[in-house]
Design a protein. Sequence first.
Length: 213
Amino acid sequence: MDVANRVNAEIVTKAETATIGELLSYMKQKEAKVAWFKCSATIDDVMSGLAWYYIACGGCKTKATKGPTTLMCKKYLTKLSFYDNNDHASFVLLSDAGFDLTGKKASALVESYFEANESVGDDHVVPVPQALIDTIGQTRTFIIKISQHNLDGKTQALTVTKVLSPEIPAPEGIIEENVDEVPVEERGESADETVKRSSDVIESGETKRAKCG
């Protein structure tokens, strides 16, 4: 049965199971609505050339700063390449979903880098950490959100809101993580541009605002 026919257009009560191909097809349906799906896929690569974490959060629009023991507003915003039996797609891993996958908080990974590289400036973009690189080749089950950005054609990247542990079934109710949703294509290549674009295109009312600290 076509995945679009398995999704109530008005309300989603649970995450329907879908392949990557079905997700990409659903996004093109005229009657498609914002919806969540459960998708199993294998991580093929971590995209390089883009910051893998938020430089600022959408709530306060404050640029991340390096303190003596903490870093503010460092949350996952990572683009990865995935595949299943038939298709490839780009997934964007947001906030707590990154912790689900790596077992490490983005703030701890960024802080560790700055502690080991004291000579770099505070605005230096941290390279992709080994914790993310080590996930390449893993097959996991993800809760994917087809967002309004997808339906409007602004991005083809699929948003990961949760990564399920092997022993944990998909939630019956929709659990949206505390994330700011920003199409990766709309991020600039520099840290400052990332800050501006992150604060400009966040969907108010569609997702909860991420809070600093």
